[in-house]
Structures are given as structure tokens and as C-alpha cells.
Design a protein around this ligand. Structure first.
Ligand SMILES: Cc1cc2nc3c(=O)[nH]c(=O)nc-3n(C[C@H](O)[C@H](O)[C@H](O)COP(=O)(O)O)c2cc1C
Length: 384
């Protein structure tokens, strides 16, 4: 079949063929692979979209290596997504400049007593083994300034801020030819980010996997577009096929930012158990919880949600809560307690039935959207 054409002004802005970005997806837990690794980035960019590296779990050196590896494997544009916390004060050995890593089981000793007591109680009651996972102290999230600098030095074509407003770096990024993208879950923040000089905005609705806000994609996208004028908007949250892409374009978006669907590909970085959860999930197979990172985050349904709800504890601020969730999640994995293992995923899980190569996901999406826009809609919608 002849190659499909589906272009918006996003394609000219970024130098890509199709207005599809694979979302920046970091690791679900400390020590796990990133959800959007080099392989996924390269596959999506080579297929004509734009792949975005989930850089939040990397150390600063690993981030630089991954960027260079992407450049080695493709000459197509790509992006890097980082989670930039506003403030970071972990205290104790976690703030050390000299210690590079410590065992997770040692790091958790810094937690407030009620949290530590609860962790020990759960580990004992469920007969969980201690985890041997190591906590790296120089990750991009712990060292946001250095990580941004690496992206600028490496002239990453698109910098994406998964958390926080990247306005502070726009001038420096533009000076080396980079574009900057922000992500929002509400219209107020869309306006604030647009005013800070970013080039692109992702409006991610409540349906989306990972950190998520309260507004559904259908209501958020037009509100964000209005609020962000003249900054172009991409839709995210609940987009997994050509129908979602066509709908986003009809709403006035210049493109889409797709997470869960690209996670469930051969190149997606999730644990196999989590890919399988997505495939087995119906549309009600996810929920939002603060158990993982301290912020509202959507993941596949599992018993860890209930366990945390029953603790009666308030979540600790991001990223400290990750110490608790990772300790338990790794213990569940080691003990093969599959029912308690959670993976970040969106409501679109309900229409994902197989793991495919990322290129095929992208091509199917383009094919279906073109068919909707050129054939189905004119056939089914009467306008005169
Ligand atoms: C496994 C996973 C990890 C994620 N990690 C990040 C991240 O590190 N940074 C970020 O900006 N967004 C992250 N997200 C959110 C995605 O970037 C994206 O906004 C979301 O997946 C879109 O919704 P969808 O899953 O319905 O496609 C993650 C999502 C998933 C599913």
C-alpha cells in the first residue's frame, strides 16, 4: 500500500512525517527499566513520528549516554522527558554529594517512623523478602539542573517537562535550536505555561496513564487550546488508535502524545507482567492512587492500591513516596505476588489487545485516521 500522508504544522515544526509523539515514560519503580527506552524512541522516530525518551529514572551520566545512543541509531528528531520537582529536600544520606548509590532497604530508614512501621508490618504479614535493589542518588529527578544542562549541551531536538514549568530554560534551549514542550492537566496551567514561552503544550486528560489530573481529555483539550493560544496543543490521555488521533485533530490539536499504547509494544520498557495486565484489562482496569509517587497517578488495578488505602497514611511528597512503593513493589516481584504488582497505565488499556512493534502501532494509527478523515466522515456526516 502507498505511504499515507497525514501532516499538520507540528510536522514542519519538528521535522517529522506524522503528528504522533510517543510519550515520555519513566520507570514505574526504582531500578526498573524506563517505560520509553532508547529502542522505543528510535522505533517511533524511524517510523515517522517522534519518540520521546523517558529520562526520569536515569542517572545524569546514563541520560547523556542514552541521548548519544539515540543519535547513533537514528538521525531523525527525538525528545527527552524529565520530571523536574519544584523542591528537593530529602535529608540525611540521600542528599549526599559523595555517595552515588545506597541499598533501597537502607534508604527507607530515613522515612518517618509511622511509614517505616507500616512497611515492616506489611512485609511481615505478607512474608515478603527484603529487596536488594539499589537506589541511585544522582538520577535526573534528584539532579534536575545538571540534567537540563545535558539536554542543552546535547542539543536534544525536543525537551519535554513531565512535571513543572520548563519556561526557565526556554531561552537557553532556543539559542541552540531546541524546542520546549510542557504538559498540563488543566486550562489555568495551560495559560501559565504558554505565557512562559514554551513551543508546544500537551493537554493530558484524566484517562491517561501515569501522573494525571482531574479533567477528562474531551473537556480539557478545547479548554487548553483556548487558554494556550497561540501555542499549539497536542492531546494526550486515552489515545490508542486512529480514532483517537482523528478526534484530537478534529478538536483542533496539532498532534497526539501517546503513552500506554506505545508502552504495550515490543520496544516498550514495561515489565512483562505489566504489559500483560494492560492486555488483560477492560476499560475499568485502572485507577488513580497516590500510593506510587505521592501525586495522583493512574495504574493498572492491583492489590497494592487497597493495601495503601488501608494504611490510613497520607502520601509523602514526590519523590519520597517512591521509596515506599518501590520497596514493596520489588518485594512483591521477588515473592511473585503478582496480584500486588502495579504498572502505570491509562484507561485506553481496554482497547489494547496485543503487543505489536511500535512501527506497526504508528502505521495502523495513521492508516485508520486517514480513512476516518477522508472516507468515513464524509460518508457518514451530512452537512448539506
Ligand atoms: C508507564 C508510564 C510512565 C510514565 N512516565 C512519565 C514520565 O516519566 N514523564 C511524563 O511526563 N509522563 C509520564 N507518563 C505519562 C505519559 O507521558 C502520557 O502523558 C500518558 O501516558 C498519556 O496517556 P495514555 O497513557 O492514555 O496514552 C507515563 C505514563 C505511563 C503509562
Amino acid at each position: 500500500m502507498a505511504k499515507r500522508i497525514l501532516k499538520t504544522r507540528l510536522c514542519d515544526m519538528l521535522g517529522i512525517e506524522y503528528p504522533i509523539l510517543s510519550a515520555g515514560m519513566g520507570p514505574t519503580l526504582i531500578g526498573e527499566n524506563t517505560g520509553a527506552p532508547v529502542e522505543l524512541v528510535v522505533a517511533v522516530s524511524e517510523a515517522g513520528g517522534l519518540g520521546v525518551l523517558g529520562g526520569s529514572g536515569f542517572t545524569v551520566d546514563e541520560l547523556r549516554d542514552a541521548i548519544r545512543e539515540i543519535k547513533r541509531q537514528t538521525d531523525k528528531p527525538f525528545g527527552v522527558d524529565l520530571l523536574l520537582p519544584k523542591k528537593l529536600s530529602l535529608g540525611g544520606p540521600l542528599e549526599s554529594d559523595t555517595i552515588q548509590e545506597i541499598p533501597l532497604r537502607k534508604a527507607i530508614k530515613e522515612l518517618p517512623k509511622p511509614y517505616l512501621d507500616w512497611l515492616h508490618k506489611v512485609m511481615e504479614e505478607l512474608n515478603l523478602p527484603d529487596t536488594n535493589v539499589t537506589l541511585k542518588l544522582n538520577t535526573t529527578t534528584m539532579r534536575p539542573k545538571e540534567s537540563v544542562q545535558v539536554c542543552i549541551e546535547e542539543k536534544v531536538p525536543l525537551f519535554c517537562a513531565g512535571l513543572g514549568n520548563p519556561g526557565f530554560m526556554v531561552e537557553e534551549a532556543h539559542a541552540v535550536g531546541m524546542k520546549v514542550l510542557g504538559i498540563t492537566g488543566n486550562a489555568k496551567n495551560a495559560k501559565r505555561m504558554a505565557e512562559s514561552g514554551i513551543d508546544l503544550l500537551v493537554a493530558q486528560g484524566h484517562e491517561g496513564g501515569g501522573h494525571t489530573g482531574r479533567i477528562g481529555t474531551m473537556a480539557l483539550v478545547p479548554a487548553a487550546i483556548d487558554a494556550a493560544i497561540p501555542v499549539p496543543v497536542l492531546a494526550a490521555g486515552g489515545i490508542g488508535d486512529g480514532r483517537g488521533l482523528a478526534a484530537a485533530l478534529a478538536l483542533g490539536c496539532v498532534g497526539v502524545w501517546v503513552g500506554t499504547r506505545f508502552l504495550t509494544t515490543n520496544e516498550g520498557g514495561a515489565l512483562e507482567v505489566n504489559k500483560q495486565r494492560i492486555i488483560d484489562s477492560a476499560d475499568e482496569g485502572t485507577r488513580v492512587s497516590t500510593a506510587y509517587t505521592g501525586k495522583t497517578l493512574r495504574a493498572s488495578l492491583n492489590k497494592f492500591h487497597q493495601l495503601w488505602d488501608e494504611s490510613g497514611l497520607d502520601p509523602l511528597p514526590f519523590p519520597i513516596q517512591v521509596l515506599i512503593s518501590s520497596t514493596l513493589q520489588w518485594s512483591f516481584i521477588e515473592a511473585n505476588q503478582v496480584d500486588y504488582i502495579g504498572g502505570l497505565a491509562g484507561q485506553i488499556s481496554g482497547i489494547i489487545h496485543e503487543i505489536k512493534p511500535a512501527r506497526q502501532v504508528l502505521e495502523d494509527m495513521v492508516e485508520e485516521a486517514v480513512d476516518i478523515l477522508t472516507r468515513k466522515l464524509p460518508q457518514t456526516v451530512i452537512t448539506k
